[in-house]
Design a protein. Structure first.
Length: 389
């Protein structure tokens, strides 16, 4: 819909730059605004005196969330312009300067002239806000945990590569982590001796005898100790193992909190009925997608980065390639969900096998399957009805 005022806001941590124009492009205001609730409310209220206002930001979460809340409170409509679209649009203007004022001008220009480039800005209620906060924190913890596991692997490879290779699939198990915390590493396990380790293991609950035997055997595979093994096993390896254990506990607690919050969400439970959709995928979809902001599944596919991109020039260059735009978190979640569905959904498996037999590459087929499944997910989320196989 047309607006009387278009305000582009280049958001920052401590201050923003706001550029506002009327519907003809005449500049009404271009100034710095602090990350301050009172200032933001005052300026949006003042702009609203001229008529309907559309406020568009380049960062809808984190540093841009206060701006959106103040704009909505002042009666303005809001939108979001992705950074990539803003940078491409900036190339159409003369000069190549990169300033806050220029970015805000580009955002306002795009909002006024090409509104189809805008994406819906999130507007969570209290329950959705809790879900987003918990899911974001859990995702950060998972990233940290993966980083620490990779660091532990690196330390073990430098100290005893055969030990790391033998325990590849069990490197992050609680028994392995507890042994590394207690004994420091493979050389410490070797020096402790079988009787000491056995006595230690009997004091633990739920100790796997097979895994314990594997760890002890793996620690005795090598005899040549590399330089620096003592420092690694006294400090670095136990510290990494401790951190992984802490993050694992935090993740389990986060899952319990997410499950408790999700218990009252019908969309979450409806999504779980679809093959290949687990608690993490359902939570990601519920927290990152406000289904009422997407008029059809094609708009949602574009937002998730699953819409195809056509490449054609004259008669010589034609093709359909995967888009590199869209929400990366959603795209990854939908990709993994489609891959998981190959084991549980016969229809997904048939689709995959047919496309592979036609010569399509694995990733290409999985993305196509994710796009096909997203159409069903859209209907589930829109109608809040279970999957109808």
């Amino acid at each position: 819909m047309p607006y009387e005022v278009y305000a582009g806001v280049d958001v920052g941590k401590t201050f923003h730059h706001l550029h506002a124009t009327d519907h003809t492009g005449k500049v009404l205001l271009s100034r710095r605004v602090n990350q301050n609730e009172t200032q933001l409310l005052d300026i949006f209220t003042t702009l609203g005196e001229s008529g309907s206002v559309l406020v568009v930001v380049d960062q809808p979460r984190n540093i841009g969330s206060l701006t959106l809340r103040c704009a909505r409170h002042a009666g303005c409509d809001v939108g979001y312009l992705p950074g990539l679209a803003m940078r491409r649009a900036a190339g159409l203007l003369p000069g190549d300067a990169k300033t806050d004022a220029r970015d805000a001008q580009v955002i306002a220009m795009m909002a006024r002239t090409i509104p189809t480039a805008l994406l819906p800005a999130p507007n969570p209620d209290q329950q959705r806000g809790d879900l987003e906060a918990l899911a974001a924190y859990d995702n950060d913890c998972q990233v940290d945990r993966t980083r620490e596991i990779n660091r532990l692997r690196s330390l073990l490879i430098e100290t005893n590569p055969e030990f790391e290779e033998t325990l590849t699939s069990d490197i992050s198990s609680l028994l392995t982590l507890d042994m590394l915390i207690t004994f420091g590493g493979p050389w410490g396990i070797r020096d402790a001796g079988l009787s000491t380790i056995t006595a230690w293991a009997t004091q633990r609950k739920h100790t796997s005898k097979k895994l314990l035997a594997r760890i002890i055997d793996a620690a005795n595979l090598m005899t040549l100790r590399p330089p620096g093994w003592r420092a690694r096993e006294q400090f670095s390896i136990p510290a990494c193992a401790t951190r992984i254990r802490e993050l694992t506990t935090i993740h389990k607690d986060n899952e319990k909190r997410l499950t408790a919050v999700m218990a009252a969400d019908p969309t979450y439970h409806a999504l779980l009925t679809m093959p290949g959709v687990g608690p993490k995928t359902a939570a990601t979809l519920v927290t990152l997608i406000s289904i009422d902001q997407f008029p059809d599944h094609e708009k949602l596919a574009s937002y998730c980065g699953l819409a195809g991109r056509t490449t054609q020039s004259g008669t010589s260059i034609k093709g359909e390639t995967a888009s590199r735009a869209g929400n990366r978190t959603l795209k990854n979640a939908l990709f993994l969900s489609a891959f998981a569905a190959l084991r549980t959904d016969p229809k997904a498996r048939e689709f995959y096998d047919t496309k592979r037999a036609a010569g399509k590459k694995h990733n290409t087929v999985i993305i196509a399957l994710a796009r096909k499944r997203l159409k069903i997910m859209y209907a589930i989320m829109r109608d809040q009805t279970p999957y109808q196989g």
